[in-house]
Design a protein around this ligand. Structure first.
Ligand code: MN
Length: 383
């Protein structure tokens, strides 16, 4: 039997200001949808016995009409090809309160779509089209309401020895391996001892980099790059042949994301820096790409005399160009983005300097405030 393991498609993701000229909507939303459509095209070509989607189908709890229609359109293409799809809810799909209800309920209305979203472990048996036997048992745990719930559900996992292939689906970070966390406040974490060898395959979602976690456990990774952490990573999905244990990663063709080598600004003036910036951009092909450049050790006076109009012109061929300006005193490092709200951090620093604060340490407030602002400003980077 052949299965497809896909995850973290984040349909409806938006970021940056660039618009798709024809559709008039955010280009990154279009990109994210195109990546999913490309994956569905390839999956139909591969013609697997089942598709397992390991969570974060949508970027948020309430997908827009456009996103929902698109998702159904694509999933129904799999239905037309007679390929069943199991989808578990990830942390991006879980309403924080029960009254919101889950959009996953809509998938129950379609045969061949099997949504798992009720916060508890479920099992589904599937027929092997060749043998006609119930050869495949899918054990799935969606995102749970609490960590204890998740733990309880993990304890209930029991591979069925009577069934030829037992597969486990999870949406979770992995404990003890810091790298496998997305650093999200509501993420669930699994002890690696639950990754039992009795399962023929364990399909994981949540961590966005394609990774083998143990002998039988894989993260397929996301289908697009949703943050600068993803620079240099290929994105795609996995094909697993349960008979031969062959695992194939199918990469997708997506928009390029690059990092330009950083520029050192210690003790340099604006004129020198402008030359360096122009040179750095000239050396790299940035057309239609997502680009980041860091400038280190910038003094206030140099920052204030930079020719921002010229920088804007130089960076405009990119779809999105992020310049990270890092001030020269490490303690007071301020990160300012070129976006219009980018100066919030500096504004906050000025405001705090003028304010009278009793019984609290200004330095701590400044540090915390900057962190919050940074978080809010990078909110368009999805996990
Ligand atoms: Mn995700």
């Amino acid at each position: 039997m052949k299965i497809i393991h896909i995850s973290d498609t984040h349909l409806g993701y938006t970021a940056y200001n660039a618009l798709d000229k024809d559709l008039g909507i955010k280009q990154r939303e279009v990109d994210t949808h195109k990546a999913f459509e490309q994956a569905i095209d390839k999956i139909i070509e591969i013609d697997p016995d089942i598709v397992l989607h390991c969570g974060d189908l949508f970027d948020n709890v309430r997908p827009s009409n456009r996103t929902l229609t698109f998702a159904l359109e694509q999933l129904l293409r799999l239905k037309s090809a007679n390929i069943p799809v199991v989808i578990i809810a990830g942390n991006h799909s879980m309403p924080r309160t029960r009254d919101v209800g889950s959009i996953f309920r809509i998938f129950e209305l379609f045969p061949n779509l099997y949504p798992i979203f009720k916060g508890k472990h479920e099992t589904l048996a599937f027929k092997n089209p060749r043998s006609g036997q119930m050869d495949l048992m899918v054990h799935a745990i969606p995102h749970c309401l609490t960590k204890d719930d998740f733990e309880e559900n993990l304890k209930k996992l029991k591979p069925d020895p009577e069934v030829k292939y037992n597969i486990l689906m999870l949406h979770s970070a992995a404990k003890g391996i810091k790298e496998f966390s997305m650093g999200e406040f509501n993420e669930q974490v699994i002890e690696t001892s639950y990754l039992k060898p009795e399962f023929n395959y364990i399909a994981m979602g949540h961590y966005h980099k394609y990774t083998q976690l143990s002998e039988n456990t894989y993260y397929s990774g996301s289908t697009e790059r949703f943050s600068f952490n993803d620079i240099g990573q290929e994105k795609g999905f996995l094909e697993i042949d349960l008979k031969t244990n062959d695992i194939t990663f199918h990469p997708l063709k997506i928009r390029e994301m690059i990092e330009i080598p950083s520029i050192d600004a210690f003790g340099k003036d604006a004129e020198f820096l402008m030359e360096k910036i122009e040179e750095a951009i000239g050396k790299n092909e940035i057309d239609e790409k997502i680009v980041r450049l860091t400038i280190n050790g910038l003094s206030n006076s140099t920052y204030n005399t930079l020719n921002f109009k010229q920088i804007k012109k130089l960076t405009s061929p990119a779809l999105h160009f992020d310049i990270k300006y890092i001030r020269d005193s490490e303690e007071n490092s301020v990160q300012i983005s070129t976006d219009s709200i980018g100066n919030l951090s500096a504004e906050f620093e000025k405001y705090l300097a003028k304010s009278v604060v009793e019984e609290l340490d200004k330095k701590t407030i400044l540090k915390m405030g900057k962190e919050y602002l940074q978080k809010a400003m990078s909110k368009n980077e999805t996990n």
